[in-house]
Design a binder for this molecule. Structure first.
Ligand code: DX5
Ligand code: ZN
Length: 224
């Protein structure tokens, strides 16, 4: 079944705890936690001290680090209680070393690709990955429209993972609503991040149920 990760960025921060509970009750699998440093992306959000509070809720936390030099923050996010830690391929440096550190410290290791980044950079990293995150918007802001050209990349990465026998999750982030999420899943995504559309939906459970229904339609063999 597809996993769903509400992006906390779109929550009502006056009542963060209640918002997280609301998403858990609606059937979410993870809490997607967007970390922005105002450098890798032109915006600031929140860091490990806030994650510590978010991790006290009912959902495991999926930390998406949109920061330069992510290696310098791994220990902080591990200690704060993240379950998945995803760094960006474009930050360069010793990606393999940073991904290994994430795993050594007991978390799942993810690598994210911006819309302009080709999947080729994943090739020698596949055995080190528990998750690949395909960005379908330019990172930095919630509430943007999905860039349709990115859909082909999901399919390409699905093929790479399957050929390599990798069990890594294929997460897609940016502009997901019930229609675009279906297109993402059709290309092979098995983990959908949803911010503004999910938190803004009148019926969050209905939104997640509809993603589950699309998944079942697209994967009839799993229902057998
Ligand atoms: C963008 C973030 C996303 C974003 C998703 O930089 O990484 O997780 O919050 O929000 P929506 O679903 O509104 O595009
Ligand atoms: Zn994100």
């Amino acid at each position: 079944m597809v996993k769903v990760g509400p992006s906390l960025l779109a929550a009502d921060f006056r009542v963060m705890g209640a918002e997280i509970e609301r998403m858990a009750a609606a059937g979410a699998d993870y809490l997607h936690f967007d970390v922005m440093d105002g450098n890798f992306v032109p915006n600031l959000s929140f860091g490990a001290d806030i994650l510590k509070w978010a991790a006290k809720g009912p959902l495991p936390v999926d930390a998406h680090l949109m920061v330069e030099h992510p290696d310098t923050y791994i220990e902080d996010f591990v200690r704060a209680g993240a379950k998945i830690i995803t760094i960006h391929a474009e930050t360069g440096g010793h990606l393999h070393r940073t991904l290994s550190l994430i795993r050594e410290r007991g978390c799942l290791a993810g690598l994210a690709l911006n819309p302009a980044t080709t999947p080729e950079c994943l090739r020698y990293l596949l055995p080190s990955l528990d998750l690949v995150l395909v960005m379908t918007v330019n990172p930095g802001f919630g509430g943007q429209k999905m860039i349709p050209e990115c859909l082909d990349k999901i399919a390409e990465i699905r093929g790479m993972l399957d050929r390599a026998g990798s069990k890594a999750m294929l997460e897609v982030d940016g502009g997901a609503n019930t229609q675009t999420a279906r297109e993402m899943m059709r290309r092979g995504a098995d983990f959908i991040v949803a911010g503004s559309a999910l938190f803004g939906a009148e019926d969050a459970k209905g939104f997640i149920d509809s993603l589950h229904a699309s998944w079942r339609e697209l994967h009839p063999q799993e229902n057998a």
